[in-house]
Write a new protein. Structure first.
Length: 170
């Protein structure tokens, strides 16, 4: 049975201050640090979504991610920010809808989400794809990854790229 987004008491710390500090101290470029933070945060979101479906993150279909985020967005609209799992507002009293042309044709396009939520949904879906090789490297499921493992993998990947080595060279 699939539970709704608010069924369990959510841990809304998608990146702790200690983890952010560890990413800051990693031997990574600014963009690599950004991607590392996004991956850690997204793994937490994806783990919560997968748990609600009784699946591993790797088994989640894009349509399930989109449907779950749509459901959470509906909860936020109808019951308020505190009732939703995802805290994707700017935190200001005046949330401004980021309005940009959505010319992509994907499973997110038709979702009942704001432009901002669509952007974050696509980022989460992309992070799922990025997290799978990390989990494979540790012989784990994505939801079992620790922030330290994700950081270490990004550092190793960055070092390999700087040395001009491909995955086949390892």
């Amino acid at each position: 049975m699939v539970s709704s987004p608010q069924d369990s008491a959510p841990d809304r710390k998608f990146l702790t201050p200690e983890e952010a500090h560890a990413v800051d101290g990693a031997m990574l470029s600014t963009m690599e640090k950004f991607m590392t933070r996004i991956t850690i945060s997204s793994v937490r979101v994806l783990s919560h979504i997968a748990q609600s479906y009784g699946l591993h993150v790797e088994e989640l279909q894009t349509s399930q991610i989109v449907a779950w985020i749509e459901s959470d967005a509906k909860i936020r609209r109808e019951q308020g920010e505190a009732a939703a799992f995802l805290q994707w507002s700017s935190g200001s009293d005046r949330d401004v809808e980021l309005d940009f042309a959505d010319t992509r044709e994907d499973e997110v396009t038709g979702a009942n989400l704001t432009s901002y939520e669509k952007f974050l949904t696509r980022m989460t879906i992309s992070a799922k794809q990025a997290s799978i090789p990390i989990a494979k490297a540790y012989d784990l499921h994505v939801e079992q990854l620790s922030a330290a493992q994700i950081i270490a993998w990004f550092e190793q990947d960055a070092r390999r790229k700087r040395e001009g080595k491909s995955d086949e060279d390892i």
